[in-house]
Design a protein around this ligand. Structure first.
Ligand code: NI
Length: 137
């Protein structure tokens, strides 16, 4: 049996967002999210850590992972306004928790198709704050 291990690759993308619950008024969203609900949004440099299960005999795991993440996440989210440009957040508050969930959902099946088993996705919104989502069972 080959050794099993976890491999993690980090990615960066820049995006803007506005925290707001669909259906809430501007005043209600301001009460909930403060300046994070300012009308025209604000930006973050996000870090995305993707962890997959693999074994050392599989070639090109990093390149395969990079290609899938570029196609499925970077092309959708990098240099976008998440609320306005990304259908994934049309009815979803683009909090770091939801961004992590969206990334997990965008990545899991394409990674499996490419032969990689997703373990987890972590999205860092600041140096202090991140959200981690495990692969769906
Ligand atoms: Ni923010």
């Amino acid at each position: 049996m080959p050794e099993r291990l976890q491999l993690q690759v980090s990615f960066e993308f820049s995006a803007s967002h506005r925290l707001a619950l669909p259906g809430c008024s501007d005043a209600e969203n301001h009460a909930l999210f403060g300046k994070c609900s300012n009308a025209n949004g604000h930006g973050h440099n996000y870090r995305l850590d993707v962890t997959v299960a693999t074994n050392p005999s599989v070639p090109n795991t990093v390149a395969t992972l990079e290609a899938v993440v570029d196609r499925e996440v970077m092309k959708r989210l990098d240099h976008k306004h998440l609320n306005l440009d990304c259908p994934e957040f049309a009815d979803l508050n683009p909090s770091v928790e939801h961004i992590a969930l969206v990334c997990r959902n965008l990545l899991q099946a394409p990674l499996a198709t490419a032969g990689l088993e997703l373990i987890s996705v972590t999205v860092w919104e600041t140096a202090k704050t991140c959200a981690t989502v495990q692969a769906a069972g």
